[in-house]
Design a protein. Structure first.
Length: 454
């Protein structure tokens, strides 16, 4: 009977809200109505039932399309949210890798500083020996020369390792810049897509799917906005860390040039000691060796300062990496909450339940709201970390060195010419002139006075 067939179709329509099936049902009804119009033995009540069923199904079709539209946009929003999370994860990997490179630069610079310090200690021993009564005996000379040879070789090797690390870091920066540029373009497109989906979902609210879908759409909008903020902050942190590594690598290469000059200073000191003998002026040798110590110490101090600055930057960036990692866990939970809520809404939609009751997903929405609050806190922590990593201790050190060098040049140019003090002979000569000038004048007696005395 037709009534049973109609009930079956209605049952299928309620169980699966698929637009294709609904259209099929409408086609079936229209075909049935057309056939009934030619049938002679159909009661008026049957005709009215069929017409009413057609009107109901038309309304169901319209409502089904509306719900489908909004659910589709909500699902699209969730997919975009997941895509943003994947992109954020890729950027996080860059930051983690950059922090490891910073640690490498820190270690190689500390090795250079240690090698210079060891060389300085050997040279100080040489200075004390030159000033001693015995001076450089054959045994002592051989020992110190061997130590200086080892020091020069160690400094040279640490410089090569540091150079290699710095050049590797600079190449990595080039690769990071390319990757970050591509990610930034993708992030912009994704953010635009999320915004478009949010706008479309908002326009569908109320007039479309129902309160349940509307409530999810509102929460999804908040989650998507937070995800975009997270992606932006992490991208900014990655860009700042990458820029700092480039500055550090350049500073290490410059420092290696200075340390390379230290190798020459060590070898020159070694040669002076090798060529010294019993007739060598001890005072002159001691002075020469002390000058070598002073030069090495300048380079050593510079290497230590650079190592400390790199350590400071590395610690700041490592802390930022931890903040990113913590935020990553927060957003993982947020996305999981969104997924559970979306799955619940889609399940209600697929099973044909009433979509006008937002309380149906109240538990999921409460969990989602709580996770969104945690996400907001994570964003604030990321923004604070972003501000900290924007500062570079190595860059500040470089600026201080430039100012110091400029101040020295100005001071040197402005210093007045100091006249040499007069020598002792010159002072005696001038004093004699003054004494002679101050002697009493002798007046010769006149002829009349002579006659009178006579």
């Amino acid at each position: 009977p037709f009534s049973e067939r109609l009930n079956q179709v209605q049952s299928e329509l309620e169980s699966v809200k698929d637009e294709g099936l609904q259209q099929f049902v409408m086609d079936e009804l229209l075909s049935a109505e057309e056939k009934l119009s030619f049938a002679s033995k159909v009661s008026d009540s049957d005709r009215n039932e069929i017409r009413l069923a057609k009107q109901i199904l038309k309304g169901a079709l319209k409502q089904g399309r509306e719900i489908a539209n909004e659910v589709k946009e909500v699902k699209r929003g969730f997919d975009e949210l997941q895509a943003a999370k994947i992109l954020e994860g890729a950027t996080e990997d860059i930051v983690a890798k950059d922090v490891l490179v910073e640690k490498d630069l820190e270690k190689v610079m500390e090795s250079v500083a240690t090698a210079l310090k060891d060389a300085e200690e050997v040279l100080r021993t040489a200075v004390f020996t030159a000033a001693s009564q015995d001076g450089f005996t054959d045994e002592v000379k051989e020992s110190i020369v061997q130590k200086l040879e080892l020091s020069a070789k160690t400094v040279e090797e640490t410089i090569k390792v540091a150079d290699s690390a710095a050049k590797t870091a600079k190449q990595m920066v080039i690769n990071d810049d390319v990757a970050l540029a591509q990610m930034e373009k993708t992030a912009i497109k994704l953010a635009d897509a999320i915004e478009t989906t949010e706008t479309l979902t908002t326009s569908l609210e109320g007039s479309e799917g129902g309160a349940e879908v509307d409530a999810l759409a509102d929460s999804l909008k908040i989650a998507s906005d937070e995800m975009v903020n997270d992606l932006t902050a992490v991208d900014n942190i990655a860009a700042a860390v990458t820029r700092k590594i480039e500055v550090q690598a350049d500073a290490v290469l410059d420092m290696d040039k200075k340390a390379g000059q230290a190798v020459g200073t060590i070898n020159a000191a070694k040669t002076s000691i090798e060529q010294s003998n019993s007739e060598t002026d001890k005072a002159a040798l001691k002075t020469s060796l002390q000058e070598s110590v002073d030069k090495i110490q300048v380079d050593e101090n510079a290497a230590e300062e650079l190592a400390k600055a790199i350590t400071s930057d590395a610690n700041t960036d490592a802390a930022a990496e931890q903040v990113i990692s913590d935020a990553d866990h927060v957003f993982d939970e947020l996305i999981e909450s969104v997924k559970e809520t979306v799955d619940e809404v889609v399940s209600d939609y697929d099973s044909g339940e009433d979509m006008d009751d937002a309380d149906a997903i109240s538990e999921e929405l409460d969990t989602l709201a709580s996770d969104e609050e945690e996400a907001e806190k994570a964003i604030k922590s990321l923004e604070e970390a972003e501000e900290k990593v924007s500062e570079s201790a190595v860059e500040e050190l470089h600026e201080e060195q430039i100012k110091s060098e400029a101040a020295k040049e100005v001071k040197h140019e402005a210093a007045p010419e100091v006249a040499e003090p007069p020598k002792e002979d010159h002072i005696k000569s001038e004093a004699a002139k003054e004494v002679k000038t101050e002697a009493p004048e002798i007046v010769e007696p006149s002829k009349e006075q002579i006659k009178s005395e006579a």
